[in-house]
Each structure stands twice: as structure tokens, then as C-alpha cells.
Ligand binder design. Structure first.
Ligand code: HAM
Length: 423
């Protein structure tokens, strides 16, 4: 029979690698608890309309990258390409906003799907960890969300991370800036790529981060968004910066940072990895404020801000910086039995030890002692326990402490105590 391989842009995360994921996911969960964000789990697929309206009809994600299909009832559904639209949908649908008293602080972790050109750090299925804080437009929460993202990478031990920040202003600032960009690029747009030609009317801000036309002279002379901030937008941004300073979070401001999704206003940010060995993709995390999205998705006007990052890129960054996570894969006991009677007894011993919290493995293939010891070493067992006929008669078991090679015969009643002592 011919072999079936996994679809392009997906990965199998195998034992040996999956422990890194568990470690990183654990850090994310602990941080969220520390910052008081609660987990939300939304469906993997949603109505296609949600992303068209939420992420934006004209974005690359909606235009080119969605996994959209009709189900048997002829509904158009889409595998989620990101988490924010779905979280906001759930917030509105479940009327989480109804208490209106507190800011709702949520986090999520799970697979997202984008039909992209697969390469290192760009997958078609990838796992995002993200947070969304809904209900507050206090600049302090912008600073908190950013600080949480930075803490995540710092907790992993990454050194060369850089926070890049911009403000896209409020609705009026954006509108004025949009017009200015149209005026600026219109006379030369024919020399730009087809995507940019479309973007001129649909979303001229996106021209600024076009990879194809990046070197064109008009890119460098394009109007600066700062000049179009309303007074409120300017003050808002300055306050966010002030709070970041107070938290000791360093940043650089990049006027060309516009982000690829339509829902942003005010604060927009990305965290990049500098340094060698990371290849073409340097963005680890992206986020920003979206004060109009809840209303856009049928809820009351509610401000929001959040970020998302992929675990894949976090692992790539760790590899680039040669950081080994402190992962322990220790097995407490590897149990070897000789003869049928000892075998039966060893099953019970293993079962009792597991109930007491010791991780245990048995030999299920029945090989020679030497091979079994190799197996135990490979599993990084702390102890090898050996039960033969003699031990069975005496009500004992041989316990070898692998680190010191000390072997002792221990009474079964004292086994737990001995293991605890030696651990
Ligand atoms: P995004 O910039 O589209 O924003 O994605 C955020 C992060 O997801 C990226 O910085 C990257 O780490 C990761 N990512 C995106 N696409 C891929 C891919 N194909 N393979 C691997 N990793 C990928 C959002 O998704 C927004 N929802 C973020 C947000 C939350 N804004 C406000 N709240």
C-alpha cells in the first residue's frame, strides 16, 4: 500500500519535542494566572462571515488564506485563522459584557489555520497563545498586555527580543491618514505590485508593509501617521509609553507598523527576534487595540486589546538562541520481573506505586536483563526494581538506585519509604 503523508504546512509533534510544548504552554498558563486572565475555549470552526466581518474582507487572511468549506447543510464555515474574532463573538453571544462591572480578561491556546506558503515558522496549522482584555480603554491595560507578552519570552530565557510599537490613532486619525496616503501613492501606484494597487482603495495603510515594494522611493517619503493623530489619540499613545517606561519595558517606535488585520486602532505592536539564525521570519508576536470590533460583531461599544503569538515561532526562537529548556523526563521506577509468579506480583507492586504517585514502567516485551537495563537508562529511570523467585519468597525486592549504582534488597512494606528517601 502507498504511504499517506501529513498535509503540507502541518507537523507531527513527537515525544522528545512535545515536552517543550508542554513546558511552554505551562509557562503561558502560569503567567495568565499571575496576570489574572481566564481561559476561554471557542470552536475550531466558525461561520465564515465572522472572519469576513471581524478580520476584514480585504485582508490577506480573508482573501487568500482561509480554509473555508460548506458543510452538509450548505453553511459556509471556516477553520479559524486567528482567535480575536472568535473570542469577541463568544463575548457578545454569551453576553459576558452584561455585568459591565469589570474588565473581562481572557486567554486562549489552540490551533489556527491559514493557507500560507509553508516555510520555517510559517505553517498552515499552528498554535496560537493569545490574550484579549475587553471592556477597558485605560492605557494601563495596553501596557499590561504588552508586559505580559514580553514576560512570556523573558520567562523562556530569550534575550534578543525587541518590542516595536506604533499607534494607528482613533477612527478620525485613521481616516485622515488614509486620505493622505491615497494622495501620496495615487500618482505612482501603477509601478507598484497588483496587491498594492488594490490596497490603495481598500486599505492603503497596508501598502506600507508590502514586502514586494518595500524599496520604492515613495515608501520613504510617505506621510507620517503621527501628523494625523487627533489630540486624544496622541495623549493616549503618550500615556501608554509612559506606563511602559514605568514598567521598565523597552521599545522602539515604528511608524510603518500597521498590522495585517483590519480591526486595529490606537496601540499596535509586534515583538521581534533579533540576531542570527532565525531566518526570514522575525515576528514572534503581534497585537493591538480594537475599540470598534465588539460593536462590529453585534455587541455594545466595548474597547478591547490583545495579542497572539505562536508556540512554533517561540520554539524557533529558543533554537536560534540555543536555549535548552529545563525539561525533566525522569521515570521513577522501571520494574523487571523474572518468572510468572513474580510477574503477577510485579503488576500489583507497579499499580500500588503508581497510586502513591511514582511513575512506573514495566517491561512488556520480555528481553534479557542487559537489554532491560538499557531500556531503563533510556527512559531515565531513577530506580530499577527487580523481582525474582527468591525475592518473592522473602517478600522483598531488589532496588537499584541508578545514579549511584547502589543496589539493596528492600522489604516490600518499606519500599515506598525507601524510594522517597533516595529520591
Ligand atoms: P497575527 O499577527 O496575524 O495576529 O498573528 C499573531 C502571531 O501568530 C504572529 O506574530 C505569529 O507568531 C503567529 N502566526 C501567524 N501566522 C502564522 C503561521 N502561519 N505559522 C506560524 N505562526 C503564525 C493575530 O492573529 C491577532 N489575532 C492578534 C491579536 C490578538 N490582536 C489582538 N488580539
Amino acid at each position: 500500500m502507498s504511504r499517506i503523508n501529513r498535509p503540507r504546512g502541518t507537523v507531527d509533534i513527537l515525544p522528545g519535542e512535545v515536552e517543550k510544548w508542554q513546558y511552554i504552554e505551562d509557562i503561558a498558563r502560569k503567567l495568565c494566572r499571575n496576570f489574572h486572565y481566564q481561559e476561554i475555549r471557542t470552536p475550531i470552526f466558525e461561520h465564515t462571515d465572522l472572519f469576513e466581518r471581524g478580520v476584514g474582507d480585504e485582508t490577506d487572511i480573508v482573501q487568500k488564506e482561509m480554509y473555508t468549506f460548506s458543510d452538509r447543510g450548505n453553511r459556509s464555515l471556516t477553520l479559524r485563522p486567528e482567535g480575536t474574532a472568535a473570542v469577541v463573538r463568544a463575548y457578545v453571544e454569551n453576553k459576558i459584557f452584561a455585568d459591565g462591572l469589570t474588565t473581562t480578561k481572557l486567554f486562549y491556546m489552540g490551533p489556527m489555520f491559514r493557507y500560507e506558503r509553508a516555510q520555517a515558522g510559517r505553517q498552515r496549522q499552528f498554535v496560537q497563545f493569545g490574550v484579549e482584555a475587553l471592556g477597558s480603554d485605560d492605557p494601563a491595560i495596553d501596557a499590561e498586555v504588552i508586559a505580559l507578552a514580553m514576560s512570556f519570552y523573558q520567562s523562556l530565557g530569550l534575550k534578543n527580543i525587541r518590542l516595536v510599537l506604533n499607534s494607528l490613532g482613533d477612527a478620525q486619525s485613521r481616516l485622515d491618514y488614509r486620505q493622505a496616503l491615497i494622495r501620496h501613492f495615487d500618482p505612482v501606484i501603477e509601478s507598484y505590485c497588483l496587491d498594492c494597487q488594490k490596497r490603495l482603495q481598500t486599505n492603503p495603510l497596508r501598502i506600507l508593509d508590502c514586502k514586494v515594494d518595500r524599496e520604492k522611493p515613495e515608501m520613504k517619503t510617505a506621510p507620517n501617521i503621527q501628523a494625523y493623530y487627533s489630540k486624544e489619540a496622541k495623549i493616549y499613545f503618550e500615556t501608554v509609553l509612559q506606563y511602559l517606561d514605568a514598567l521598565g519595558v523597552t521599545y522602539t517606535i515604528d511608524q510603518n507598523l500597521v498590522r495585517g488585520l483590519d480591526y486595529y486602532n490606537h496601540t499596535a505592536f509586534e515583538i521581534m527576534l533579533d540576531g542570527e539564525g532565525f531566518g526570514a521570519i522575525t515576528t514572534l508576536c503581534g497585537g493591538g487595540r480594537y475599540n470598534l470590533l465588539v460593536e462590529e460583531l453585534g455587541g455594545p461599544r466595548t474597547p478591547g486589546i490583545g495579542f497572539a503569538l505562536s508556540i512554533e515561532r517561540a520554539i524557533m526562537a529558543l533554537n536560534a538562541e540555543h536555549i535548552a529548556l529545563p525539561i525533566e523526563m525522569i521515570l521513577d521506577c522501571y520494574v523487571i520481573s523474572m518468572g510468572e509468579a513474580a510477574r503477577i506480583k510485579s503488576l500489583k507492586i507497579v499499580s500500588d506505586l503508581r497510586k502513591k504517585g511514582f511513575s512506573c514502567e514495566l517491561d512488556y516485551i520480555g528481553r534479557k536483563m542487559k537489554t532491560l537495563f538499557k531500556e531503563a537508562e533510556r527512559a531515565q529511570a531513577q530506580f530499577v526494581l527487580i523481582l525474582g523467585d527468591n525475592e518473592l519468597k522473602r517478600g522483598t525486592i531488589q532496588v537499584k538506585h541508578m545514579a549511584t549504582a547502589l543496589q539493596k534488597e528492600i522489604h516490600l512494606e518499606q519500599l515506598t519509604q525507601y524510594l522517597q528517601q533516595m529520591r
